[in-house]
Design a binder for this molecule. Structure first.
Ligand code: ADP
Ligand code: MG
Length: 733
């Protein structure tokens, strides 16, 4: 077998890589000028639409009120003109099917004209509704292929935008995707419903506190996105990365993240050039990306935007992921969004910063200046505690996925046990309210809700507990269990529905007491005392990564759904179905369909991984190991021929035994893997059964294959090893 020198030539070619300049000049074109230039925003509409049309459209844009159909044609025409002036030839309804990515089907703005030429055409009807032939999107049984039609419906609350390509532009119209019977087939519809459900319950509480001005409450979200970048030439030589997004073989690098020299380190010029290119594209799309830095693991990075309303933040996060991916390719890199592309170093997540903001711009999780404001703040804070405690499983389901299982509970990410970090001061306030006793220390006095001021709460981000899955960070909560590749929609649907349900109960309790003549302050005092007592167990300010926590959590009665199959199995639990359907976020049928899609997705992901692991093991690793095995055996023969039968071949003999042993182990594991996979595939019955078989039988054998393969990597001659190694991929770029 010829020596494999390709990895060497890849390394040589990377040595010549320079940062790629794309001609950005912020002096000529400042951010303020390009920001949102590809967005058909409210500002553009105001400029381009007749005043009366724009005014009729405003409640739809801002609050999602039903669209006045008479304005649709005018809006469509203005949108088309704007897009065509900017070089667009096509439009697409852009939606979020249950595949986990976005979908688009492009149509040109043309129609045949009677004289044989063409006209440009885009009507209100085409803007509002699309009918993609959507039979191949997952529907989990809601829609059989013979009645395949689903339809897309314009979401005016998320602005249309132009997608740029080197050869032209396409107008993208954010849409919801539903079946003809009105069931959600996507990730946007239930998110919009959950935002509305939360808003309705928030308003009830605000009204109790005398706020009649707020017309709605929006969910605000700022997702911090982590990702890896590796050189594309390495990537293309790794079938596991290409097909599964994560490495299925590869031994830990001698140098991983132990030196802690990558986190916040100086960004390499080639990477910074990529980041700047991405940012400029995102600015044009009106996405307010703000932060960039090196993350903990080598070759790992983060990008974070300024928070926006949840629906737009979700659309924007999908665009951020897409832009990272496509721009990386242009720079000769590949962006890996998988939760755990490499074992032995940190995986990637998405910290989902979440809060609620009323229509006047007040953050409902911002402690106020007056005791009255603080009473209201504490009520909303308590609602979140109640939500996480009572709906921990709903939140866990919201982050389920095969990829995220490799990260949650590993030592870089929160465990699958949900708990809330409140911080010292707020925990003290909570305890004082529970016990109705005097404040300790400098704060003094009895904590009388609505009368006593809160002690000053720290806004400093530095001493926060980074191990908590759900941390209060001064004026928002940070849900850290979301996976890097996942849409943030399911996580936010889960938070919204859980908090809506808690607020509903809280509002009902308070309304009842006040109606009976109790003062609001006294009603709130009693409520907080009761709820803080009930939900004390969900508050945990300690180290969530410690070995003792799962034991302590179990004692507290907190659920620990360790993997996605267990989590998804709970989705159809009657209590969970009741919460989702009560607030009209997901019906039982929609839940069952989602459960099936997600379990199928889990099984299919593992099936693909198992096939690649088997293929790489059999056709890349074994041949390399056998070639090396032969090389050692040949060397023994040659030595004996040269030096006589007494030649010392003990080193070769020993090496040969070790290599032979690992080859046999790998071969056995590969056969077992095929067998387990066939059995899992042939298992008839529910998606749950298949997913469970994959989890319990296929996944452990894949791990065995990997162990033998990785041992061989330690022995086989470097130039004969057929796939790029961790120490190369993670550091050479
Ligand atoms: P880190 O957690 O890394 O210290 P920051 O504190 O800077 O990061 O903020 C993280 C994210 O939280 C940013 O996207 C920011 O815009 C977002 N954020 C800030 N306030 C809110 C809020 N009220 N609602 C939702 N997200 C918010
Ligand atoms: Mg953060």
């Amino acid at each position: 077998m010829p020596e494999d020198t390709t990895t060497r030539s890849v390394i040589d070619s990377i040595a010549d890589c320079r940062p790629m300049a794309v001609g950005i000049d912020y002096v000529k074109e400042p951010i303020s000028e390009i920001f949102g230039c590809n967005v058909f925003s409210g500002r553009v509409m105001k400029e381009r639409l007749p005043k009366n049309v724009f005014e009729r459209l405003l409640p739809t844009l801002r609050e999602g009120e039903p669209l006045d159909p008479s304005v649709a044609d005018v809006v469509a025409n203005a949108m088309k003109d704007w897009a065509i002036e900017r070089g667009a030839t096509h439009y697409t309804h852009w939606f979020h099917p249950m595949t986990g990515s976005t979908a688009e089907k492009h149509d040109a703005f043309i129609d045949a004209s009677p004289d044989g030429g063409i006209l440009t055409e885009f009507s209100g009807k085409m803007l509002i509704k699309g009918e993609p032939d959507a039979s191949s999107f997952p529907s989990g049984g809601i829609r059989s292929t013979f009645e395949a039609r689903g339809y897309t419906a314009w979401d005016p609350t998320s602005p249309a935008f132009l997608m740029e390509n080197v050869n032209g532009r396409t107008l993208c119209i954010p849409t919801a995707f539903c079946s003809y019977t009105g069931e959600a087939l996507d990730r946007k519809t239930p998110l919009l419903r959950s935002i509305e459900a939360l808003s309705n319950q928030c308003l009830r509480v605000l009204r109790l506190f005398g706020n009649d001005a707020a017309r709605y409450v929006s969910t605000t979200v700022g997702p911090e996105q982590e990702y890896f970048l590796i050189d594309k030439k390495f990537y293309l030589r790794r079938p596991d990365l290409v097909n599964a997004g994560r490495t299925l073989y590869g031994s830990r690098p001698p140098k991983g993240q132990e030196m802690e020299d990558h986190y916040f380190g100086a960004i390499r010029p080639r990477i910074l050039a990529f980041m700047m290119d991405c940012e400029r594209k995102l600015y044009k799309l009106g996405i307010p990306v703000k932060t960039r830095h090196n993350e903990v693991s080598p070759a790992q990075f983060e990008i974070a935007p300024i928070f926006e309303s949840a629906n737009i933040a979700t659309d924007h996060n999908m665009l951020v992921m897409e832009t990272l991916r496509s721009t990386a390719e242009e720079h000769g890199l590949v962006c890996l969004l998988h939760e755990k592309p490499f074992v032995g170093v940190n995986g990637s997540g998405k910290h989902n910063n979440w809060s609620m903001c009323d229509s006047q711009g007040n953050n409902l999780l911002e402690p106020g200046d007056t005791p009255h404001e603080n009473a209201q703040f504490l009520v909303f804070l308590t609602a979140v505690l109640r939500a996480v405690h009572k709906s921990a499983e709903i939140l866990r389901i919201g982050v389920a996925g095969a990829g995220n299982d490799h990260r949650l509970g590993a030592n870089e990410a929160p465990p699958a046990i949900l708990s809330v970090y409140l911080g010292e001061q707020l925990t003290e306030v909570m305890e004082n309210i529970i016990e109705g006793k005097k404040q300790k220390g400098t704060h003094g006095g009895t904590m009388q809700v609505g009368v006593t001021a809160l002690p000053p709460l720290p806004r400093d981000a530095t001493d926060r507990n980074r191990t908590s899955p759900f941390a209060f960070t001064g004026n928002k909560f940070e849900f850290r269990a979301v996976g890097s590749s996942q849409s943030i929609s399911p996580a936010n649907i889960a938070i919204n529905v859980a908090v809506a349900s808690a607020l509903d109960e809280i509002a009902t309790d308070l309304e009842g007491r006040v109606k009976k003549g109790e003062s609001l302050n006294s009603a709130v005092q009693t409520l907080l005392q009761n709820l803080f007592t009930e939900h004390r167990p969900i508050v945990f300010n300690g180290d969530n990564y410690s070995k003792d926590w799962p034991v302590e959590a179990e004692r507290r009665g907190l659920p620990n759904l360790k993997n996605s199959v267990d989590a998804l199995a709970r989705f159809s639990d009657p209590e969970i179905v009741k919460v989702f359907s009560k607030y009209a976020v997901l019906s039982k049928r929609e839940i069952l369909s989602r459960q099936e899609i997600l379990l199928e997705n889990y099984a299919t992901t593992l099936s693909i991984e198992a096939q690649i692991a088997a293929g790489m093991g059999r056709t890349m690793i074994l041949p390399a190991a056998i070639a090396y095995q032969k090389k050692i055996a040949d060397s023994m023969v040659s030595l004996r021929a040269a030096l006589g039968d007494n030649a010392d071949v003990s080193a070769q003999k020993n090496l040969l035994e070790v290599v032979t042993n690992h080859i046999s182990r790998l071969k056995r594991a590969l056969s077992a893997l095929d067998e387990a996979r066939s059995k899992a595939d042939e298992a008839h019955g529910s998606a749950f059964k298949r997913a469970k078989l994959y989890r319990d039988t296929v996944l452990p054998i894949m791990q065995e294959c990997r162990e033998s393969g990785d041992m061989l990597e330690h022995y086989v001659e470097d130039s004969m090893w057929p796939i790029p190694k961790y120490r190369e991929m993670l550091w050479i770029y």
